[in-house]
Ligand binder design. Structure first.
Ligand code: HEC
Length: 114
């Protein structure tokens, strides 16, 4: 399945994404399904992730800002995923309860989307 995603083009390799974030891409993909991120976001490669509450995460790995407030670096992505309201108290994205390790895995998956 990963190969099919990579074949779609405009992707960062899983190896590169894992090196950047210290997370695991496949574990991140599972967490994204478990935590229902797709109820609020369109996320390539995640079936039924068609939510329109938040922005589409298509090419989020190449975006300049996270939530419009943090520069998009791997550490900032992890920080955002752990607790968005702690970064921006007006954000509509809730704290979904990811641990740091889980956030690294999720960030790894998101960074394949470039
Ligand atoms: C209840 C809806 C909701 C859920 C659930 C949710 N998000 Fe969000 N998310 C949002 C909203 C709304 C924003 C826009 C926040 C802002 O700009 O302040 C956002 C922003 C983001 C961003 C920053 C995108 C950008 O371009 O700025 C990322 C990355 C993200 N979400 C990932 C996730 C992941 C991964 C999950 C699951 C662990 C998740 N979200 C769960 C609503 C949600």
């Amino acid at each position: 399945m990963l190969l099919a995603v990579l074949a779609a083009g405009c992707m960062r390799s899983a190896e590169d994404a894992e090196q950047l974030t210290g997370g695991n891409v496949q574990a991140g993909k599972r967490l994204i399904k478990e935590y229902g991120c797709g109820g609020c976001h369109v996320i390539p490669g995640i079936i039924s992730a068609v939510g329109n509450v938040g922005p589409s995460l298509t090419s989020v790995g190449g975006r300049v800002y996270i939530g419009g407030v943090l520069t998009n670096t791997p550490e900032n992505m992890v920080r955002w995923l752990i607790n968005p309201p702690a970064v921006d108290d007006k954000t509509a994205m809730p704290n979904v309860g990811l641990s740091e390790g889980q956030a690294r895995n999720v960030a790894a998956y998101l960074y394949t989307l470039k």
